[in-house]
Design a protein around this ligand. Structure first.
Ligand code: ATP
Length: 363
């Protein structure tokens, strides 16, 4: 096992700044997930960790060694790719062991026993003699993971390893990856664009945007206390409602005001600093309720239902307050229909406010 330090890690491809000076410590044994939209620099960062991409600037340390100039096979890392990267002419077992002795990390005499053990762990014992084209996507992915496991690396690097699998298998493999990590406790860095995958797998999740880290925190903290508007909108499905508001100081109190409705907020230094400025107000769909379920003293607003989406475990109600569209997640069997006039109210403990630059100033 090993900890990893990224110290202003930077990558330029010609004029393109793909990774803009990332600082991050990944703890020994941690499962760290990089998540972000397409093109934000996730894969490039992972490929620099693997040694598959040169580092333009900054330092990368794995364990106690600065590895900037070490080739991949001297870094004691194993990578699993999105497309599995299996050799079509080799059997599953051959794919798993190929190349192992050249990097000196695997004892040839123990081949069969170790392969059998890893195959057993991954449930692919009966598939070892098959070639990739006779394997399903999920089975191929297990073989690719088996190949990484056999290397017994200090660090696992996984680049969207589940994205070619169907939805059901993806969920199953997610659980298997978590079990494997609990068993092996190997430091793991995992890249995905899927926020659900990030939230369910990561001990901590680093949200990347435009080559920079927006926030790195355990999943529930990211969800409850997004540090930026970008994180607030990226994490959570359906996404957080975000409205442009004015923050007004009035009678020793602060209110956010938007298009005819006002919500009072407790006074804080941060609010005082942005009073009078435009800001963005955020509230998650599940933190807005139909008035009937709110305490009598809660502030409520009149809204008109435009669309309802049954999600099974809940009902997503799209409604309009004045010209503003809001999504409300409510009881699955609520009897609201398009055109209905309803009263809604927000949970005042669960509001977010972001300044004009998108930094959180209030939760
Ligand atoms: P995706 O989820 O789509 O794979 P990503 O977050 O992994 O995206 P990267 O593949 O790391 O993003 O790319 C980051 C940026 O660097 C993008 O703007 C991309 O176009 C650019 N880039 C990546 N590889 C190269 C390359 N070899 N040459 C030039 N630009 C590149």
């Amino acid at each position: 096992m090993a900890h990893i330090e990224l110290d202003t890690l930077t990558k330029h491809f010609g004029d393109v700044a793909a990774v803009k000076g990332i600082d991050l410590s990944v703890n020994d044994g941690e499962f760290l997930v990089f998540v972000g939209p397409s093109g934000c620099g996730k894969s490039t960062t992972l490929r620099m960790l693997a040694g598959l991409e040169s580092i333009t600037d900054g330092a990368l340390t794995i364990g106690e060694t600065v590895v900037n100039d070490l080739p991949p096979h001297e870094r004691n890392v194993a990578m699993v790719f999105q497309n599995y990267a299996l050799y079509p002419h080799m059997t599953a077992a051959e794919n798993m062991t190929f190349g192992l002795d050249s990097n000196g990390l695997f004892n040839r005499s123990g081949d069969d026993e170790q392969v059998a053990e890893v195959a057993e762990t991954l449930g692919i014992t009966d598939l070892l003699d098959r070639k990739p084209k006779a394997l399903s996507g999920g089975e191929r992915q297990r073989v690719a993971i088996g190949r990484a496991l056999l290397r017994e690396p200090e660090v696992f690097l996984l680049d969207e390893p589940l994205s070619n699998l169907d939805a059901k298998l993806r969920v199953e493999m997610r659980t298997e990856l978590l079990e494997l990590h609990r068993e092996l406790q190997t430091t793991t860095v995992y890249v995905t664009h899927d926020q659900t995958e990030a939230m369910t797998l990561g001990d901590r999740v680093a949200v990347l945007n435009d080559g920079q880290i927006e926030q790195v925190d355990p999943p529930q903290l990211l969800y409850d206390y997004p540090a930026t508007r970008f994180v607030a909108e990226f994490i959570g499905s359906p996404a957080m409602n975000i409205l442009p508001v004015d923050v007004l100081g009035r009678d020793g109190q602060f209110v956010v005001q938007h298009d005819g409705f006002e919500i009072p907020l407790p006074t804080t230094n941060e609010l005082e600093a942005i009073a009078g400025s435009p800001a963005y107000f955020g509230v998650r769909p599940e933190d807005i309720s139909l008035a009937a379920s709110l305490p009598a003293e809660a502030a409520t607003f009149e809204a008109t239902v435009s669309v309802t989406e049954p999600l099974g475990e809940s009902l997503l109600v799209h409604c309009e307050v004045g010209d503003t569209e809001l999504k409300v997640k409510t009881e699955p069997r609520s009897t609201v229909s398009p055109g209905d006039s309803i009263e809604i109210g927000v949970d005042e403990e669960r509001l977010h406010l972001f300044d004009e630059q998108g930094n959180a100033v209030y939760h």
